[in-house]
Ligand binder design. Structure first.
Ligand code: C2E
Ligand code: MG
Ligand code: MG
Length: 582
C-alpha cells in the first residue's frame, strides 16, 4: 500500500476544487481532481483511492448517479464517499444516504471539520484494507486458488490435529490419496483452461461424495487430492465403500470443451496407526498405495496394507456373487418348527434364509444379509423369500399335508410399508395361500420408526394386513426399545422372546424375571408368546411353568430343509406326533 492516502475529488467548480486543495495541502495526501462523473468512475476503478469527495450538482452524471454506480461495482463498492452538499440541504442528504454515501460535508467548508473528518475516514479505510490484505494472505497460504479447497499446508495442519486426537482417543485416521488417471493426456489434448475446469469438477465431486462424513478434502498439487477423516472403529468395508463411491462419482461422464468424456482416478489408502504414526509416513504410504492402484490398471483403490486389500477384495467378490444370487437360483429356505407347549404339536414354522454358495457351501443370514441390505439387494431377496415361502406352504397344503402357519423375517431396510402391502397382496393372490397362514416377523426397530404421513404409516399398513388375516409378530422381543403404550397401539399377534434371554434362564435371575414379565405382559395384551432358541430341558420346563405357548429351538428341531420338512409333515399327517422330548 502506498505511503500517502489518495483522495479523488470530483467537482465541476474550479473555485471549490482550489479551496479543497488549499485546505488539504498541508495534510500530506495525494490529491487527484476530476470535473465530471464519468471520469470519476473511471479513475475510481483504476486507482481505488482511499476516499472520494463527491459534489452533487454537476453537468452530465450527477453525484447521486456516480455514487450508485460505485456501489454497484464490486471493485468500488467499499470505497468511502463523502458528498458535498449545501448547508441544510436535508433532501440531498437523505437521497445521498439512499445511494450509499458514507458522510456529508457542507459548503462553505469549515476548515477544521473538513480536515478532521477526512483524516478519520482515510485512516479507517486504510486499516480496513490492511485487514483485508492480511485475510487474503492467510487464505492464500491455506487454500488452493483454483478449486477453493484446502492446500497442502492446511491439510498437514488438519492431519496433525487428527493424529493428536487419535492418539488420545485410540481412534483411526484414514488418508486417501486421489490421483486423476492420465491427467497429462487430458491437459495436452484439451488445453490448460479445460484441464483447470476438470480439476474443479473433480474437486466438487470429491467434496460431494464425502459430504456426509466429517472429512477434509485438499488439493495438494496438480491432479493430486487428499481426503482425510477420523474413524472411531475402522472397518475396512467402510473405508473401501467410500473409496469405491469416490471412484464411481468421478467416473460419471462430464462435458469438457463441448465433448462428453469420462475421467477416472486411482485411490491409495493408508490408515493410522497401522500404516504410520506420523503425518509424513501416512502420506508417503498412501502415495505408495496409489502407485500400486495405477499399476493394477487404474480406476481402482488400494490399501497400503496387504491384509486390508485382501479383506476389501473378499468383500468385493461377495458383493459380485450376491448380485447374481437370484438369477443363479442359489438361495433356499430352511424351515424351523414351532411347537405348542401344551400339546407338543407343530403349529407353525419360521422360514430361514440360506445361501448355497458355490465355493463356501451353505451360508447363514449373518454372513450375507447385512451386505445385501447395504447393497439394497435385500428388497428383491426379501420378495423372493416371501414368494417362495407362500408358494411352498400352499404346495404342502395342496398335497393334502396338515396346514401350518409360516413366519417370514422382514428386515428394517426392506420394510417400506406401502410397497410391502402391495407385494404381499400380489403374492398371496398369485400363490393362492390363505392370508391367515402367513406371519411377518418384524423387529422392534421397524415398528418404532415414525412415519409422518399418516396414510403411509406402519401402523396403518399393519392394520390393513391384519384385517386381511395376515399375522404380525415382533421378533427378538426384549432387545429393542418398544414402549408399552406403543405395543398396545400396534396390531400385533405374537411376541417372540429373544434367544439371549432364554439362554441363561436357569442361571440368570434377571433373565428369568424378564421372561416371566414378558409372558405376563403378552397375556394381558392377548398376544401369544414364542420362546426362541430353546436348547435344553430346563429351559423348556421353566417356560412350561410360566405358561409360554409356543417354543422353537434346537432341542425340538434344527431348521429343516424343504425335503426334511416335507417328510416331517407327512409323518404328522399319518398320525399326530408329539414333538416335545420325553
Ligand atoms: P431370527 O429371526 O431370530 O431367527 C432365529 C435364529 O436362531 C435362526 O438363525 C435360527 O437358526 C437360530 N436358532 C434357532 N433355534 C436355535 C437354538 O436353539 N440355538 C441357537 N443358538 N440358535 C437357534 P439363522 O437362520 O442363522 O438366522 C439368523 C437371523 O437372520 C434371523 O434371526 C433373522 O433375523 C435373519 N433372517 C433369517 N432369514 C431371513 C430372511 O429371509 N430375511 C431377512 N431379512 N432376515 C432373515
Ligand atoms: Mg425371526
Ligand atoms: Mg429372533
Amino acid at each position: 500500500m502506498p505511503e500517502k492516502s489518495l483522495i479523488l475529488i470530483v467537482d465541476d467548480e474550479i473555485i471549490s476544487r482550489s479551496t479543497i486543495e488549499i485546505l488539504l495541502a498541508s495534510e500530506g495526501y495525494e490529491l487527484i481532481f476530476v470535473d465530471n462523473g464519468e471520469t470519476a468512475l473511471r479513475k475510481a476503478i483504476e486507482l481505488i483511492p482511499d476516499l472520494m469527495l463527491l459534489d452533487i450538482m454537476m453537468p452530465g452524471m450527477n453525484g447521486f448517479e456516480v455514487c450508485q454506480q460505485l456501489r454497484a461495482n464490486p471493485r468500488t463498492t467499499k470505497l468511502p464517499v463523502v458528498m458535498i452538499t449545501a448547508l441544510d440541504d436535508r433532501e440531498s442528504r437523505l437521497r445521498g444516504l439512499e445511494v450509499g454515501a458514507d458522510d456529508f460535508m457542507s459548503k462553505p467548508f469549515d476548515r477544521a471539520e473538513l480536515r478532521a473528518r477526512i483524516r478519520t475516514i482515510t485512516r479507517l479505510n486504510r486499516y480496513r484494507r490492511l485487514v483485508e490484505t492480511e485475510e487474503q494472505l492467510v487464505y492464500l497460504a491455506n487454500y488452493d486458488t483454483l478449486t477453493g479447497l484446502p492446500n497442502r499446508n492446511l491439510l498437514m495442519e488438519r492431519l496433525q490435529q487428527s493424529l493428536g486426537r487419535a492418539r488420545r482417543t485410540h481412534q483411526n485416521v484414514a488418508v486417501l490419496v486421489v490421483d486423476v488417471d492420465s491427467f497429462r493426456i487430458i491437459n495436452d489434448s484439451f488445453g490448460h483452461d479445460c484441464a483447470d475446469n476438470l480439476l474443479c469438477e473433480v474437486a466438487h465431486r470429491l467434496t460431494q461424495t464425502v459430504s456426509e462424513i466429517e472429512a477434509t478434502v485438499a488439493r495438494v498439487n496438480g491432479d493430486e487430492f487428499v481426503i482425510l477423516f477420523d474413524t472411531d472403529n475402522l472397518l475396512v468395508k467402510d473405508v473401501s465403500g467410500i473409496a469405491q463411491r469416490l471412484l464411481n462419482n468421478i467416473s460419471q461422464p462430464l462435458i469438457l470443451n463441448k465433448h462428453e468424456i469420462i475421467v477416472t482416478a486411482s485411490v491409495g489408502i493408508s490408515v493410522y496407526p497401522s500404516d504410520g504414526e506420523e503425518a509424513a509416513a501416512l502420506l508417503k504410504n498412501a502415495n505408495v498405495a496409489v502407485s500400486r492402484a495405477k499399476a493394477t490398471g487404474k480406476n481402482t483403490y488400494q490399501f497400503f496394507t496387504t491384509k486390508m486389500n485382501q479383506a476389501a477384495f473378499k468383500r468385493l467378490i461377495l458383493e459380485n456373487q450376491l448380485r447374481r444370487v437370484l438369477e443363479r437360483k442359489e438361495l433356499c429356505l430352511f424351515y424351523q418348527p414351532q411347537i405348542a407347549l401344551s400339546t407338543g404339536q407343530l403349529v407353525g414354522m419360521e422360514a430361514l434364509l440360506r445361501w448355497q454358495h458355490p465355493e463356501s457351501g451353505l451360508l447363514s443370514p449373518s454372513q450375507f444379509v447385512s451386505v445385501a441390505e447395504e447393497m439394497n439387494l435385500i428388497i428383491p431377496i426379501g420378495e423372493w423369500v416371501l414368494r417362495t415361502a407362500c408358494y411352498q406352504t400352499q404346495a404342502w397344503q395342496a398335497a393334502g399335508l396338515p396346514p401350518v402357519c409360516i413366519s417370514i423375517n422382514v428386515s428394517s431396510r426392506q420394510f417400506k410399508p406401502v410397497y410391502w402391502l402391495q407385494t404381499i397382496k400380489n403374492v398371496l393372490q398369485e400363490s393362492q395361500l390363505a392370508p391367515n397362514y402367513l406371519e411377518l416377523e418384524l423387529t422392534e426397530s421397524v415398528l418404532m420408526e415414525e412415519h409422518n404421513d399418516n396414510n403411509n404409516s406402519i401402523v396403518a399398513v399393519l392394520t390393513e394386513l391384519r384385517a386381511m388375516g395376515v399375522r404380525i409378530a415382533i421378533d427378538d422381543f426384549g432387545t429393542g426399545y418398544s414402549s408399552l403404550s406403543y405395543l398396545k397401539r400396534l396390531p400385533v399377534n405374537t411376541l417372540k422372546i429373544d434367544r439371549s434371554f432364554i439362554q441363561d434362564i436357569n442361571s440368570n435371575r434377571d433373565d428369568a424375571a424378564i421372561i416371566t414379565a414378558i409372558i405376563a405382559l403378552a397375556h394381558s395384551l392377548h398376544l401369544s408368546v414364542v420362546a426362541e432358541g430353546v436348547e435344553n430341558k430346563e429351559q423348556l420346563t421353566f417356560l412350561q411353568s410360566r405358561q409360554c405357548e409356543i417354543v422353537q429351538g434346537y432341542l425340538l428341531s434344527k431348521p429343516l430343509s424343504q425335503e426334511e420338512m416335507t417328510k416331517l409333515l407327512q409323518r404328522i399327517d399319518k398320525q399326530p406326533l408329539c414333538l416335545l422330548p420325553i
